[in-house]
Design a protein around this ligand. Structure first.
Ligand code: PLP
Length: 430
């Protein structure tokens, strides 16, 4: 219950005081952006050394002697494959290295599925009457945008602390052959910060699927992005799938974008041998090869997983105070009112806040009036439709610490105003 134990008059008083505070902040004419999970320039500075690592007269050969300035090595150079193989916990020969965006490789995968089909497809998805995809919610808006682009029908699946609700997933995929896959962000999920349990991973790998080409889009974007001194290791999804005879069921993705430079990282896709062969057939049509100098730069700068984890500790030192500031300000301002719940993630780029139902859109608008940009309400759900109008994704990485504090003060006030108005409105209706 929001404002538990408070009378109507008390809630009206809280509302009036909050409106005064809101007017004060609005008058400041602030402009604060907590909408997208972008690193702050200080984080990007951590990798600037990488830009000089090759030098103009350096040896531009990869370990296998390939001249990285020239065409060749379509699937990437061995040293960067080795690094990604450590990060994704799959063999290096099962990896294809792309350009600076893993999202692009995901899009590429859907293009192939539609034009030719995936490794186990009987026909291209474009020939199927209906194609459906499971979308754990709240989730990543750009995953949903890819599905929407291809006209795929999206089905919401609730997220639990252990990952997607597997009872729901298993029930849906068992009988419906038009369900072709599921989006998964297994470590520090966007936006909940959830880490999938071993049981969830095993059930995803072993479940009975009506579609032969059911595909787990395993987007491991945040595998090394801890905010605290902890190293996360989860069960290997590819080996689990192999164990149950479903080796082609999973495609894995990650990138170095939020390790080095978000605008100029390196990405990869991994999977079974058969899946990678199928992927390369299309990749070979679309490019003669990705940027190998950038692969070489990354391999020489990042070296191995251990060195990556050391670099990530420096990112964490910059990010942690911002995440903690959001939590502190929310707790201080709204903790006593029971009007919202929010995550306290141990990693990743987001805090997921559930406001009082039916108030997320109004809260977003109020914040906007006071100069705070949040991720658009509904963005964490397929078609931009949050059925309860309550989820707000907070991205604390880009603004400075003092901007984060101001933005969260304003968000807290907006949450109080909208929850108080909604509570009074409901009480009047009752
Ligand atoms: N996947 C998830 C879950 C993300 O949150 C993001 C960026 O926010 C991406 C992928 C984008 O990855 P990339 O920059 O490699 O395209």
């Amino acid at each position: 219950m929001p404002f538990e134990g408070k009378s109507r008059e008390e809630i009206e008083l809280i509302l009036a005081e909050s409106k005064k505070k809101f007017a004060h902040y609005k008058a400041k004419g602030l402009s604060l952006d907590m909408s997208r999970g972008k690193p702050n320039p200080e984080q990007l500075d951590l990798s600037m050394e990488m830009m000089d690592i090759l030098g103009s007269d350096a040896d531009f050969s990869s370990e296998n002697g390939a001249d990285c300035r020239n065409y060749g090595e379509l699937s990437g150079i061995p040293e960067i494959k080795r690094l990604f193989s450590e990060l994704l916990d799959i063999p290096a020969e099962n990896i294809f290295v792309g350009g600076n965006s893993s999202l692009n490789l995901m899009f590429h995968t859907f293009s192939r599925a539609y034009a030719k089909g995936l490794a186990d497809s009987k026909e291209p998805w474009s020939k199927c009457e209906t194609v459906k995809f499971l979308c754990p919610v709240p989730g990543y808006d750009r995953h949903f945008a890819v599905c929407e682009y291809f006209g795929i029908e999206m089905i919401n699946v609730p997220m639990l602390d252990t990952g997607p609700d597997m009872a729901v997933v298993e029930n849906l995929v068992r009988h419906d052959a038009s369900i072709k896959g599921i989006w998964c962000v297994p470590i520090y999920s966007n936006p909940d910060g959830c880490i999938y349990s071993a049981e969830t991973i095993s059930r995803l790998a072993s479940m009975k699927c009506a579609a032969d080409d059911f595909t787990i889009m395993w987007d491991n974007a945040y595998s090394v992005h801890s905010l605290y001194a902890e190293r996360v290791s989860i069960a290997g999804i590819l080996s689990e799938c192999e164990k149950y005879g479903n080796a082609n069921r999973v495609l894995l993705f990650t990138s170095a974008n939020k390790i080095t430079l978000t605008g100029a990282g390196v990405s990869c896709i991994g999977g079974s041998k058969a899946s990678m062969l199928a992927f390369i057939q299309t990749a070979a049509i679309s490019t003669i090869g990705y940027d190998k100098l950038n692969m070489l730069r990354h391999a020489r700068f990042l070296k191995d997983k251990e060195a990556v984890l050391t670099l990530m500790e420096k990112h964490a030192a910059l990010l942690r105070p911002k995440f903690e500031a959001v939590d502190d300000v929310l707790r201080e301002n709204i903790g006593e009112y029971s009007i919202a719940e929010w995550t306290k993630p141990h990693g990743g780029y987001f805090i997921s806040l559930n406001a009082y139902p039916s108030t997320a859109k109004k809260t977003y608008e109020l914040c906007r009036e006071a100069g705070v940009t949040l991720t658009a309400p509904g963005a964490t759900f397929p078609y931009g439709m949050d059925p309860e109008d309550k989820n707000i994704r907070i991205a604390p990485s880009f603004p400075s610490l003092s901007e984060i504090k101001d933005a969260t003060e304003i968000l807290s006030i907006a949450l109080i105003i909208t929850a108080a108005e909604e509570t009074l409105h409901r009480a009047t209706k009752d």
